[in-house]
Design a protein around this ligand. Structure first.
Ligand SMILES: NC(=O)C1=CN([C@@H]2O[C@H](COP(=O)(O)OP(=O)(O)OC[C@H]3O[C@@H](n4cnc5c(N)ncnc54)[C@H](O)[C@@H]3O)[C@@H](O)[C@H]2O)C=CC1
Ligand SMILES: O=C(CO)COP(=O)(O)O
Length: 353
């Protein structure tokens, strides 16, 4: 097989940080990968200049990853179809609310033997209110195989080349998994591959909801013990949620980077935590604090909490997932942040005598 062309669909904070890695790894495996990596850029103007032109001339995403150089073999392309034409590997890394629109533009343009990998943390809701993974959404629309990569990976730290780990979830570890590992694995970004892809992806999506709860308790002035309880109860709800909706998960997967490690890093250092803390402290709306604090980046937790809540409500399970439910209600203004503590206090995990 000739070297695969790789396209990164997305150029936000994580998309740009991962472009720094992929731009290097493709050069290490010339038999596997073409040396040029295309990156689809949702065009915008920054201080009078087109972002795509800044990336292609100064090799820096000045808006979403300022101060970090992108490899010169990463080429910004603003036409979505053109950016993917002829690529055998597609890396999806956009805020999850944009996935469907992007995939719909690609229908009929992507050969069925294309490999996709989603780095997107979130879930989708079908019209009837059922839960759908983002990987399933991409697979259903484009009819291609989709793996996932999730982990404790705050983009600014990854872009600093600080050591961390990540988990790839795929169907066929020996074939696709190892090819994808070569694309991401570096000295400072260590990859484990597992075949429990549903669990990997749901861990990545649900930790953003737990991080909102951590932000609320930070905003209320509670300390690290409370946050540890949020993380633990959030993990218990995550395992139960996965077991209920996607039975057959491997317990070991929750101990991979995508599981407990991502929960910890996001509950301490993530954007979701930050905006939810400010939401409680300032009394402003979530939309307002996101706009003020994130400069165009997107906190995915509140939206994911809504999608998860719709699913729980539909299946009469809200009482078994009080933390997930409370996060949604607090984000919506249907519950006051201090009531979260009552939900934790009365959590079903504490009710066995
Ligand atoms: N930033 C991080 O530290 C990490 C993020 N992730 C996940 O990766 C995914 C992408 O996150 P980021 O790269 O951080 O994005 P981001 O939060 O920086 O979002 C901004 C991106 O959204 C794009 N965008 C805005 N409007 C759009 C539209 N209408 N259509 C298409 N794109 C549009 C912007 O062009 C920009 O590229 C999310 O699911 C996130 O949870 C995963 C690991 C780490
Ligand atoms: O997914 C992340 C770290 O692994 C990033 O989390 P935030 O979106 O909360 O910053």
């Amino acid at each position: 097989m000739s070297p695969r062309k790789v396209t990164i669909i997305g150029s936000g904070n994580w998309g740009s940080a991962i472009a720094r890695i992929v731009g290097q790894t493709v050069k290490s495996f010339p038999d596997d990968f073409d040396s040029e990596v295309r990156m689809w850029v949702f065009e915008e103007t920054v201080n009078g200049e087109k972002l795509s032109e800044i990336i292609n001339t100064r090799h820096e995403n000045v808006k979403y990853l300022p101060g970090k150089t992108l490899p010169t073999n990463v080429v910004a392309v603003t036409d979505l179809v053109q950016s993917c034409t002829g690529s055998q590997v597609l890396i999806f890394v956009v805020p999850h609310q944009f996935v469907k629109g992007i995939c719909n533009q690609l229908v009929g343009k992507i050969p069925e033997n294309t490999q996709a990998i989603s780095l997107i943390k979130g879930v989708s809701t079908e019209k009837k209110g059922g839960l759908k993974l983002i990987s399933e959404e991409i697979r259903d629309i484009l009819k291609i195989d989709v793996s996932v990569l999730m982990g404790a990976n705050l983009a600014p730290e990854v872009a600093n080349d600080n050591f961390c780990e990540a988990t790839i979830g795929c169907k066929r570890k020996a074939q696709d998994g190892m090819m994808l590992k070569r694309l991401f694995h570096t000295d400072n970004f260590r990859i484990n591959v597992v075949e429990d892809a549903h669990t990997v992806e749901l861990c990545g999506a649900l930790k953003n909801v737990v991080a909102c709860a951590a932000g609320f308790t930070d905003g209320l002035g509670f300390g690290d013990n409370t946050k540890a309880a949020v993380i633990r109860l959030g993990l218990m709800e995550t395992t139960k949620f996965v077991e209920h909706y996607y039975p057959g998960s491997n317990l070991q997967t929750f101990f991979e980077s995508c599981g407990i490690a991502d929960l910890i890093t996001t509950c301490y250092g993530g954007r979701n935590r930050k905006v939810c803390e400010a939401f409680v402290k300032t009394g402003k709306s979530l939309a307002e604090v996101e706009k003020e604090m994130l400069n165009g980046q997107s906190a995915q937790g509140p939206l994911t909490a809504e999608e998860v809540y719709l699913m729980l409500e539909k299946t009469n399970l809200t009482a078994k997932f009080p933390l997930f439910t409370a996060v949604h209600k607090i984000c919506q203004g249907q519950m006051k942040a201090p009531e979260l503590i009552d939900c934790l206090r009365n959590h079903p995990e504490h009710m066995q005598f």
